[in-house]
Design a protein around this ligand. Structure first.
Ligand SMILES: Cc1cc2nc3c(=O)[nH]c(=O)nc-3n(C[C@H](O)[C@H](O)[C@H](O)COP(=O)(O)OP(=O)(O)OC[C@H]3O[C@@H](n4cnc5c(N)ncnc54)[C@H](O)[C@@H]3O)c2cc1C
Length: 291
């Protein structure tokens, strides 16, 4: 199907983009890499009257390592650039690990990291990485700027707490505490497909036991979800196979994923447990405490 008619805007500055968003509000959509938005338009699913293309906003095209504050990724940074960035590999390793799972390289050449987060597909990798790492999103409008924590950002299927007059300008991944390991694992039908089930896992080990854990699943609900019950099972435990199995059991007892043509609910629940053990083993190995 052809795209519906729309007014196309290509601002030259963030301020100009914000003025357009303030003017057109609910009738406008930001166009970043277009890898999710353009297929949606072609299917005529809720077409906007105005498209605001942020492709010329070079001020948003940077990756900054900011010492203790972490890594800041601007809204125009493409997945492929993030994938190839040594700074991201060193300072935001879970973002680096997620990248090869995001579609295919051709998609990653155009799609943006921040666009993935704004799109909030519950089966996508980046929203779960945001949740697992406690990243913060910066939203700007013509009236000001605010920071939105990971816990408050994802509200429902393809739905976030971003207002219609706001532009997501960057995402900040906090610096990793000493003794931290993390990994992103998933099961999909073919490489590059959206995950049937995936897990972004971050753990911290102090004095031989888990002091912090974040298990953020994707593909199992209408948003990415952390399984607090399984995280609690780990705290204070040594990273052993027994602890991993106990966490996996808590995951299976907590999650009730939906079923679709790709997988039943039971299959997804089973895989979520398998991925829990796999991710915990890999993350703790990175810290140098193999089970
Ligand atoms: C065949 C195919 C396979 C794919 N597989 C995967 C996959 O396995 N995993 C995965 O995660 N993704 C996958 N994708 C999607 C891809 O990663 C998209 O690039 C990404 O989801 C959105 O990034 P984008 O820059 O293209 O955003 P766009 O498509 O331009 O925008 C997506 C949405 O986010 C909003 N938006 C974008 N940027 C901003 C901003 N800065 N501020 C406010 N709102 C904004 C837009 O208005 C729109 O609603 C796939 C896409 C295709 C076509």
């Amino acid at each position: 199907m052809k795209n519906p008619p729309f007014h196309y805007h290509r601002p030259n500055s963030v301020d100009e983009a914000l003025a357009l968003l303030a003017e057109h509000g609910d009738d406008a959509k930001v166009l970043a890499g277009g890898q999710s938005l353009l297929p949606t338009l072609a299917l005529r699913l809720g077409p906007p009257e105005h498209l605001i293309d942020i492709g010329r906003l070079s001020e948003l095209d940077s990756i900054l390592v900011d010492g203790a504050a972490g890594v800041v990724i601007g809204a125009l940074v493409r997945h492929a650039v993030a994938e190839d960035s040594a700074d991201i590999a060193d300072h935001a390793p879970m973002v680096h690990q997620a990248m090869p799972h995001v579609g295919h390289r051709a998609i990653r050449n155009r799609g943006t990291v921040v666009g993935s987060i704004a799109h909030a597909d519950p089966a996508a990798e980046m929203p779960a990485v945001v949740l697992a790492t406690g990243a913060e999103m910066t939203a700007r409008s013509s009236t000001g700027e605010r920071s939105i924590g990971a816990d408050e950002f994802f509200e429902g299927y393809l739905s976030t707490s971003l207002r219609s007059d706001e532009l997501l300008t960057e995402v900040r991944f906090p610096a990793l505490a000493p003794g931290t390991g993390g990994t992103v694992v998933e099961v999909s039908r073919r490489h590059g497909d959206y995950a049937m089930v995936g897990l972004a896992c971050r753990v911290q080990v102090d004095d031989g036991t888990f002091s912090d854990a974040a298990l953020a699943f994707f593909g199992v609900d209408s948003t990415p979800v952390r399984v607090g019950a399984a995280e609690a099972v780990l705290i204070g435990q040594a990273p052993t196979d027994e602890a991993f199995v106990a966490a996996a059991e808590a995951v299976r007892a907590t999650l009730s994923p939906g079923a679709d043509i790709h997988a039943s609910s039971n299959y997804r629940r089973h895989v979520a447990g398998v991925l829990t053990e796999r991710a915990l083993s890999s993350a703790t190995e990175q810290i140098g405490v193999p089970a």
